[in-house]
Ligand binder design. Structure first.
Ligand SMILES: NC(=O)c1ccc[n+]([C@@H]2O[C@H](COP(=O)([O-])OP(=O)(O)OC[C@H]3O[C@@H](n4cnc5c(N)ncnc54)[C@H](O)[C@@H]3O)[C@@H](O)[C@H]2O)c1
Length: 259
């Protein structure tokens, strides 16, 4: 049994995790924190992690980028592992997470779904073969309430592709400020927002003769919730360090790469 403290427990992802955990014998949410209160979750909800009185094993965070620094400092003080899923983190917060990983296990991923991490593996393979020669574009769509743009996932895909292209691609966000023809070393990233879209990502490799499109569509938030719970189980009792979906899923592409 993995006992979890859930930061941002009253949000959309917090509720999805609460529902999944309640159906499982492997996970128990023992307490959570949120700035809005709720008595319908079935566990105590505090204003912050520091107030938590319950014993727990791992923190899962789906909250707001502004609150992550304080959460990480408290996690280090409490010596508890963190699965950080909040996106839109600035460089200082990312550095803080890296620093914290010398003292506690830190798992960070802008996308916890199995499918998107498979997409990243495919996109890396495609980039290796198709670049240079094909223009690469990423298009993402999310619900209208999402705060950050482009999505953390789009940036994660872009970084993975860029790594396969000797990091020589320049990210171009939407195109409105750039009245010029596309350069072959651009990596275009475009975002749209509307309705209740859970999360859609498309990666295009476009030449004069053909287009390869790799896409992922999250149908429900359970895809992320399930991944976050798996990550909590994965880092529980691990040594301090920085862990990612790559570590958790390692092996998925290795066999093929060796062919
Ligand atoms: N990594 C992934 O796979 C993944 C998937 C979906 C969403 N996200 C990210 O997770 C975050 C949350 O997403 P969401 O859709 O649940 O958003 P949401 O707005 O529905 O929920 C966020 C919750 O955090 C709470 N919160 C705000 N300040 C807080 C504080 N000081 N302490 C504790 N809680 C606080 C809010 O009140 C809200 O209930 C966003 O950054 C989103 O982009 C990541």
């Amino acid at each position: 049994m993995t006992r979890i403290f859930l930061n941002g427990c009253c949000g959309r992802m917090g509720r999805a995790i609460t529902d999944l955990a309640s159906e499982s014998d492997e996970f128990e949410i023992v307490a959570g924190a949120d700035v809005v209160s709720s008595d319908s979750l079935g566990y105590p909800v505090y204003q912050s992690l520091a107030e938590c009185k319950e014993e727990f094993d791992v923190i899962i965070d789906f909250s707001n980028a502004k609150v992550v620094p304080a959460l990480i400092k408290t996690a280090v003080d409490m010596n508890k592992p963190v699965v950080c899923c909040t996106t839109g983190l600035d460089q200082d917060t990312t550095d803080l997470l890296t620093e914290a990983s010398s003292k506690i296990p830190v798992f960070k991923s802008a996308n916890m779904s199995l499918g998107i991490n498979i997409l990243i593996g495919l996109a890396k393979k495609a980039a290796k073969v198709l670049y240079p020669g094909f223009d690469i574009e990423i298009v993402e769509a999310h619900h209208r309430r999402k705060l950050d743009a482009p999505s953390g996932t789009a940036l994660m895909i872009a970084d993975a592709i860029n790594g396969e292209c000797n990091n020589e691609l320049e990210y171009v966000y939407d195109r409105h400020s750039r009245m010029q023809a596309r350069d072959s070393k651009e990596l275009g990233i475009s975002a749209i927002r509307g309705g209740n879209i859970v999360g859609e990502h498309e990666v295009y490799f476009i030449s004069d003769e053909e287009t390869v499109k790799i896409s992922h569509s999250a149908k429900t938030r359970d895809a992320f919730a399930r991944g976050a719970l798996s990550a909590a189980r994965y880092i529980n009792n691990k040594e301090p360090g920085f862990y990612s979906m790559d570590d958790m899923l390692s092996g998925a592409f290795e066999e093929e790469e060796n062919v």
